[in-house]
Design a protein around this ligand. Structure first.
Ligand code: AMP
Ligand code: ZN
Ligand code: FE
Ligand code: FE
Length: 285
């Protein structure tokens, strides 16, 4: 089957807070006839191998990817692409992020218990099933325990930013994450910037060597996407985009619902290649 020249470069598997396996994501991408995807789990590359194998079998290009939580006055997500997933610097950074996610989940559980919500740490850990643990796992545990009616209510009442059981994550600086991605031969992209504010908040990231901006995302309307695209092009940055798929459900964008032209993937991989040449890292895409 011929593919269309489109790519979806943002999605999560059950190795972080997504609900599908990497192989299921690849199968869905094949159903949408995508040419390329990237698996961008939160703070882990554990699903990359399965995604790459499935991609090879399905004839879909699977880029190495990750979504790293950093802190710049607030939670800021950075996407890394085309890096060596076995690079020691990346492994150390992600391992430390996962350790602090586990500790934070305990704090979130304590807060909920103090608020009279009797969810247990074991119920939360069961939802994460050994993957990088996040608020969506807590939300699913709350739904299963009958403490809220829906995933949405869990975030609206307890877990969303600024809500009583939202605990901040460890403070990795974006500049540090960008540097580590570069050292591992990859390109660094600001995820869903419209969620955080206007283009001005990108300035310090650009100063730290940011390669690209995720201009197409379900949280961006057309005007926002255009504004970020203009900003990226004017600054010589590449543009990316993707569905940020976490699993099927009401109001959730599916794989392939937000796409970019394949040429944007080539531009992105060119940036990664430049960092790889500078760092002497071998190619692993
Ligand atoms: P964490 O990495 O633990 O901070 O959780 C962040 C994830 O929670 C995001 O990737 C989303 O999948 C989800 N999330 C964050 N805020 C909301 C919200 N208000 N409603 C639904 N899901 C959310
Ligand atoms: Zn997520
Ligand atoms: Fe994100
Ligand atoms: Fe995401």
């Amino acid at each position: 089957m011929e593919h269309v020249d489109l790519a979806d470069l943002h999605m999560h598997s059950h190795f972080s807070d997504g609900q599908w396996s990497p192989a299921q994501l690849v199968a869905s991408a094949k159903g949408h006839r995508l040419r390329a995807i990237a698996l961008t789990d939160h703070d882990t590359v554990a699903g990359i191998e399965e995604a790459a194998l499935a991609g090879r079998a399905a004839g879909i290009e699977v880029l190495v990817g990750v979504e790293i939580s950093t802190w710049l006055d607030a939670d800021v997500h950075l996407l890394g692409y085309g890096f060596d997933p076995e690079h020691a610097g990346v492994a150390t950074l992600l391992a430390s992020a996962r350790t602090s996610r586990a500790a934070r989940a305990e704090l979130i559980c304590d807060r909920l218990n103090e608020m009279g919500v009797p969810v247990s740490m074991q119920e939360i850990l069961d939802q994460a099933a050994g993957g990088a643990i996040g608020r969506p796992h807590v939300a699913r545990a709350l739904v299963e325990g009958g403490h809220v009616h829906s995933f949405r209510e869990a975030f609206d009442v307890y877990l969303g930013d600024g809500k009583p059981a939202c605990v901040e994550k460890a403070r990795v600086e974006p500049a540090v994450a960008i540097q580590v991605i570069h050292e591992a031969g990859g390109a660094a992209v600001a995820a869903h910037p419209g969620f955080y504010g206007g283009t001005e908040f990108l300035e310090p990231l650009v100063a730290a060597g940011l390669d690209g901006v995720e201009v197409r995302h379900g949280l961006h309307d057309e005007v926002t996407a255009r504004e970020f695209e203009d900003f990226a092009r004017a600054g010589g940055l590449v543009c990316t985009g993707g569905s940020d798929f976490h699993g099927p459900g009401p109001g959730r964008a599916g794989v392939g619902t937000v796409t970019i032209p394949y040429e944007w993937v080539e531009d992105l991989l060119e940036r990664a290649a430049a960092h790889r040449a500078a760092s002497g890292t071998r190619r692993r895409v």
